[in-house]
Design a protein around this ligand. Structure first.
Ligand SMILES: C[S@@+](CC[C@H](N)C(=O)[O-])C[C@H]1O[C@@H](n2cnc3c(N)ncnc32)[C@H](O)[C@@H]1O
Length: 249
């Protein structure tokens, strides 16, 4: 059951997870709801947020320049090898990452997000005819149509269960165009165990767990960086540039 993957400790108000907790499936469903409810609450939360840079950064809009600079520098390092045909912005919101990072580098960009209120602003906000498909769906349900040179996933894996992350990674392995294509994941991390935020149904995982999942699904980390320049009271943000290592095997 997906709830067991989250290992939510029912006795903790802080949302701390307990890896030793064992519960009956039915008891867990009664307490935290079923899988559909888990994903539904995320959309309910995001549909009430302002459709702006400040809104998608939950009030930390001031962090946008540092975030964009680090992301651009990271992609600059792969400029000589990465293809330029198509990129996918996952959990795109209003398209902040597309506008400031992907738009100048790729010929076509597709956006994916389950929150229709945010996506409704995306084309105007980005202001580029390079934006092609806009998919209104959760990452857990997404079925790929195209091959991509870059798949960008920022502050989104936190919304998926471990199992759904693995399923998504397997799909990415089939839809990254070639051995130079990149999957970029940018996520908050926690030193150990889990932190579950029940306001928007998200999970902060450890760096160790992310690395285990990526490696077990056949991805190697070609660059790993910590986002500099964010306030100390925020979680550490880990940036993983990943390549699928089994191309042609
Ligand atoms: C913190 S915002 C980040 C937006 C964008 N990645 C950025 O960096 O500007 C989180 C985004 O994840 C989206 N989201 C929430 N649950 C999701 C899910 N299950 N699958 C895909 N995206 C999801 C929200 O609608 C929201 O746009």
């Amino acid at each position: 059951m997906w709830q067991k993957e989250l290992r939510i400790n029912p006795d903790s108000d802080e949302g701390e997870a307990d890896e030793d907790e064992e519960e009956d499936d039915e008891e867990i469903i009664n307490r935290v709801g079923n899988r559909d409810n888990w994903y539904k609450k995320q959309v309910e939360f995001w549909s009430t947020q302002e459709a702006s840079i400040n809104g998608v950064l939950t009030g930390y809009g001031d962090c946008h320049p540092a975030d964009a600079e680090t992301s651009n520098n990271l992609l600059d390092g792969f400029k000589k090898t990465i293809g330029i045909q198509r990129a996918l912005d996952c959990g795109a919101g209003i398209g902040r990452v597309t506008k400031y990072i992907l738009e100048s580098r790729f010929e076509k960009i597709d956006l994916l997000d389950p929150t229709k209120e945010l996506l409704a602003k995306a084309r105007d906000f980005i202001g580029s005819d390079k934006v092609d498909k806009i998919y209104c769906t959760g990452l857990q349900d997404f079925e790929f149509e195209y091959q991509y040179d870059c798949i960008w996933v920022q502050w989104v894996l936190c919304y998926l269960t471990d199992k759904d992350i693995r399923v998504f990674l397997r799909k990415c392995s089939q839809y990254l165009r070639d051995e130079n294509s990149l999957l970029i994941c940018k996520e908050n991390v926690h030193d150990d165990s889990f932190y579950v935020d029940k306001e928007d149904n998200s999970v902060i995982r450890s760096d160790k767990l992310f690395q285990e999942i990526f490696e077990e699904e056949g991805f190697c980390i070609v660059k790993h960086q910590i986002q500099p320049g964010f306030p100390d009271n925020l979680f550490t943000i880990s940036i993983y540039a990943l390549k699928y290592i089994k191309f042609g095997k």
